[in-house]
Design a protein around this ligand. Sequence first.
Ligand SMILES: [Zn+2]
Ligand SMILES: [Zn+2]
Length: 191
Amino acid sequence: MPNVLLTNEQGVQEVFAVPPSAHSRFPSVWSGGTGSASGQYSVPDPPKRARPTKIGTFMRSAYLVGQLGTCDRARVGVSLVHVDHIVAQGYNGAISGEAHCDDVGHDIQNNHCVRAAHAEANAIAFAAKQGIQLLGCTAYITIYPCWTCTKLLFAAGIRRIVYGERYAVDERVEDLASRGRISIEKWLEPR
Ligand SMILES: [Zn+2]
Ligand SMILES: [Zn+2]
């Protein structure tokens, strides 16, 4: 039973024994800390925070911006990242100021909606408009890219692609990757 030294009204120091029940009000402080075994009371170690991964953060940013898409055949988003910073984003939709598929329906040709510009094309066009260099960026895309967008990304200097869903895989994209011209990988973390 630990002792506590107190000074009474007459200035005389007295030793009091503290019953164990007095500690139970502060169990995490008085009985849990790293110093309790040696008699030195301390606060317990704080719980460790699980920091999100960078790849997960950039992928989730692509999913988030993809929610702005205006063609419900595919709500696709992309984040273009340079040295851990998002430098451009894009989502699938009609060009600025034109009617949205969600409002007036799709414009289908050869089983594709041609009203909407693809997310990757919109991100690259935004970068061109703003004078943002994309050389060496990584593209985080919510779905596997089509061949046209892969060519645009490649032409802009992007050689690494991370995608979320394996959708409409194009053998020309696979071939480019198999010959080491680009790196393409699936994001494997839980959503
Ligand atoms: Zn559409
Ligand atoms: Zn595309």
